[in-house]
Design a protein around this ligand. Structure first.
Ligand code: HIS
Length: 374
């Protein structure tokens, strides 16, 4: 009642879990040498809708400012951070962030992210670091096994390029490929008057699974040096992650980009137990072209709400109830110094819904104060 659809109030455990995820992330990123970055929650729409970023205005929370410019609530951290860093020197940088993104398309509009952006690193090192950082966070959070899926924008893009497709057909083709609808991919691709490409695109729909898929396609694409390079790159990245992390790797050669600014390797993380999609990211060197430069840029963001839902109970402090009155309240407060690592909850009566580990009662007898264990 009194809230727009999808908006909700929150109390207790779900907030605890979210903060726990953020705190563990902050520790992991700090220990790996990242620096925190934050950008304002209100930005100009044009930061996100320009030709380099190409996000859709209709998906954003927006309004006109007094000067008639459109302002939005931050729909994406990666783009804001690129804007903020565009004037920085080009030394290797690792940034971490914690905060909300806002999209019309998600229930409640707000979702919570934690993420990293890695700039000016050699490609395999930046990508490897993103994934190993993700892997160590999941381990610290005791999330159980995770599947890391690798894809690459240039496989689908380079097979579509020789086709003469209308914009509408190209959009439909992208969607059909994303939905893994093989017949539809083939039929739409045929409109591009290049049967060989249509066959290749249709086969891409099934090109996902374990690392063996890479060897299979090395054979299939042995004449295509551009695609072979991509396969070799993905293989090296998979080896780095496998050797240092403990996560299982999947390959999806037919993956289409979920954000327009990706150019190169893309990744996604799934929790094995429930299949929940917990992180997503990729390389976006071309995003920096709007500032007249081309940088090595890669990163990923976690959906904090998904992680918080799966996190184990985080509160393992001893829970002490101190029963006091208005007269003994000051004494009760002093007791805290004795139980520094416990939850000390001062009440007039124990609360029925809480299971206390220890119950202490402060009583005043003949002007003297005593603490009794109940
Ligand atoms: N901003 C992306 C994640 C990402 C971070 N860096 C690169 N990609 C997202 O919201 O899905």
């Amino acid at each position: 009642m009194f809230l727009p659809a999808g908006s909700r109030d929150e109390m207790g455990a779900s907030i605890d879990h979210r903060f726990h995820v953020m705190e563990v992330f902050r520790k992991v990123m700090t220990m790996r040498g990242y620096t925190l970055i934050s950008t304002p929650v209100v930005e100009y729409a044009s930061t996100f809708t320009n030709q380099y970023v190409d996000m859709k205005l209709q998906d954003m929370m927006k309004w006109f400012n007094p000067e008639g410019e459109i302002e939005v609530l931050r729909p994406d951290w990666t783009t804001s951070i690129a804007r903020a860093l565009s004037t920085q020197a080009k030394n290797p940088q690792k940034w971490g962030y914690i905060g909300s993104v806002f999209k019309q398309s998600i229930p409640g509009i707000e979702s919570h992210q934690i993420g990293v952006e890695i700039l000016h690193y050699p490609p395999l090192m930046g990508e490897g670091e993103s994934l190993l950082m993700a892997s160590s966070l999941l381990k610290e959070l005791k999330m159980g096994d995770c599947l890391i899926e690798l894809g690459h924008t240039e496989i689908f893009e380079s097979l579509v390029r020789p086709l003469t497709l209308s914009q509408v057909d190209e959009k439909r083709l992208r969607q059909a490929m994303h939905d893994k609808k093989k017949d539809e991919v083939y039929q739409i691709a045929l409109n591009g008057k290049n049967q060989q490409s249509a066959i290749e695109l249709a086969s891409l729909v099934d090109a996902f699974g374990s690392l063996d898929i890479l060897s299979e396609y090395e054979e299939r694409w042995k004449e295509r040096t551009d695609l072979l390079e991509i396969l070799a790159h993905l293989k090296k990245l998979a080896r780095i992650v496998e050797a240092s992390g403990s996560q299982e790797i999947l390959i999806d050669l037919g993956r289409v980009k979920n954000l327009p600014y990706y150019s190169g390797t893309m990744f996604r993380g799934f929790l094995k137990e429930t299949g929940a999609d917990c992180f997503s990211g990729g390389r976006y060197d071309r995003l920096y072209e709007q500032f007249g430069e081309r940088n090595s840029a890669v990163g990923l963001a976690f959906d904090v709400d998904v992680l918080a839902e799966h996190v184990e109970e985080t509160n393992d402090f001893t829970h002490i109830c101190v029963i006091a009155s208005e007269d003994t309240f000051v004494y009760a407060e002093q007791l805290r110094t004795k139980y520094k690592d416990a939850i000390v909850d001062i009440q007039t009566e124990p609360l029925a819904h809480i299971q206390y580990d220890v119950m202490l009662e402060i009583v005043e007898k003949d002007g003297k104060i005593e603490v009794l264990e109940r």
